[in-house]
Design a protein around this ligand. Structure first.
Ligand code: FAD
Length: 404
């Protein structure tokens, strides 16, 4: 009898969770299990703001995939997925092809630039290890170069962050801590440095409790961040951005522009022809793509509606991991053709946004938290994600233990 082939695309939060569960649930004789990922490492997407600012070395934010999977059970393929031919049940890789009977798509997100001119060309993104490393180096280079020039270009020391959502705020928190270090290291006057955050919405951290928003904004302003709220980026150019507030245009000169204002599902999902909204597929309650019972879509490529407010849940690692567990259970049911599939219900334990090493804001189990307590909780959340995928050993190796 031919064994079914289970293929998981992407070793991020969702994909790794699904694979580490499937390797325990499915026997060697029941199915073949393959994991495809672009790199031989997994990175903690939720830590990339730290690696990008240079407050955490990027090696701390990644680990080898082979260290957390059962290599006797899972075939790991280090390859780039090029396309998904869903009607032929085939995956096209940069080098080769794979066939599947059951597929898990967990390829994460791409930046959503809303068609704003110049962003793709000139702005940095906080998207993966390569991008984080490049952004960190770029910022450091500006500081290193500043004093070497006869005519000082202050715009070298201007950093624009597009977006005061979760990612933007977390990056600003790290940057506000990193800048004084850079000033000391390169003999740069702190007063010359500008960190400007531009947000089109009427508030920073949209969706957060107003008291938490105020706390976060005050904290960052005290550390020198300028906020331009209700202000839209109209265009990104080689040496800065053009913004508009109430139809008044302004040009901000800056050699570093970082776009942190939204994501869409991986474009491979769109190109595969699944019905989608900004690259996210509205999956059924078992996490399957519409009309494709053999394809499970999880993480940032999926869209799940929060019935209470009739709006999609924001894409988070928390949901991606929970979906990975449900997808694994449901695939086990499908492979065995036995038992009942589980409906996916997100269990939102809380959301905490860090404001640098030692401060944070958020909601945990329905309660507001701020300051060192919130920061402690954030680190516990980060450590829990490691524990769930790689066990205590991984927490010891990569965990965050500097609490106060
Ligand atoms: P990812 O974890 O991004 O994994 C996708 C994987 O697919 C990657 O390993 C990638 O290399 C691989 N891949 C992509 N394309 C290809 C290809 N073509 N071929 C092969 N492999 C490919 N969420 C929270 O819950 N809490 C937080 O505090 C939080 N903080 C965040 C902070 C930042 C700075 C950012 C950027 C995001 C944050 N998020 C947070 C959101 C969270 O990171 C994402 O929702 C989560 O990573 C989604 O998981 P995923 O499995 O869908 O994708």
């Amino acid at each position: 009898l031919r064994k079914p082939k289970i293929v998981v695309l992407g070793a991020g939060y969702g994909g790794l969770m699904a694979v580490t569960r499937l390797q325990k649930m499915i026997g060697v004789n029941e199915a073949d299990l393959t994991l495809v990922n672009k790199n031989d490492y997994h990175y903690e997407t939720t830590w990339l703001h730290e690696a990008s600012a240079g407050t955490l070395h990027h090696d701390k934010a990644r680990y080898q995939v082979k260290d957390v999977i059962d290599n006797s059970r899972v075939k790991f393929v280090k390859e780039t997925v090029v396309s998904i031919k869903k009607d032929e049940k085939k995956i096209v890789l940069a080098n080769g092809e794979l066939e599947y009977d059951y597929l898990v798509i967990s390829l994460g997100s791409h930046p959503e630039t809303f068609g704003i001119k110049g962003l793709k060309e000139y702005a940095f993104g906080i998207t993966n290890i390569n991008a984080a490393r490049q952004l960190r180096e770029h910022i450091e280079y500006q500081f290193a170069t500043y004093n070497t020039e006869e005519v000082k270009r202050d715009q070298r020391l201007a950093i624009v962050v597009g977006g005061a959502g979760f990612t933007g705020i977390e990056f600003l928190g790290e940057l506000a801590n990193r800048v004084p270090e850079l000033c000391r290291e390169y003999d740069v006057d702190h007063k010359k440095v500008r960190i400007i955050c531009v947000e089109a919405a009427p508030t920073a951290l949209p969706g957060f409790d107003p008291e938490l928003v105020e706390y976060a904004v005050n904290h960052l302003e005290r550390k020198g961040v300028e906020f331009k709220i209700g202000t839209a980026i109209k265009e990104c150019v080689e040496d800065g951005i053009i913004v508009a507030k109430d139809d008044v245009m302004e040009e901000i000169k800056a050699d570093t522009v970082v776009w942190a204002a939204g994501v869409r599902g991986n474009s491979i999902v769109e190109e595969a022809g699944f019905e989608n909204m900004r690259g996210r597929v509205k999956v059924d309650s078992y996490l399957r793509a519409p009309n494709h019972e053999d394809v499970f879509i999880i993480g940032d490529c999926s869209l799940v509606i929060n019935e209470e407010i009739n709006r999609p849940y924001p894409p988070t690692a928390q949901i991606a991991m929970q979906q990975g567990i449900t997808a694994a259970k449901n695939i086990a049911v499908a492979v065995r053709d036995q038992g009942e599939m589980e409906e996916f219900k997100p269990d939102i334990k809380g959301t905490v946004a860090s404001l640098g090493e030692d401060d944070a804001v958020g909601m945990v189990f329905g309660k507001k938290v701020m300051g060192t307590k919130a920061s402690f909780m954030k680190k516990m959340i980060d450590n829990r994600a490691l524990l769930m995928v790689g066990g205590a050993g991984l927490v010891v190796k990569k965990g965050k233990f500097k609490f106060f």
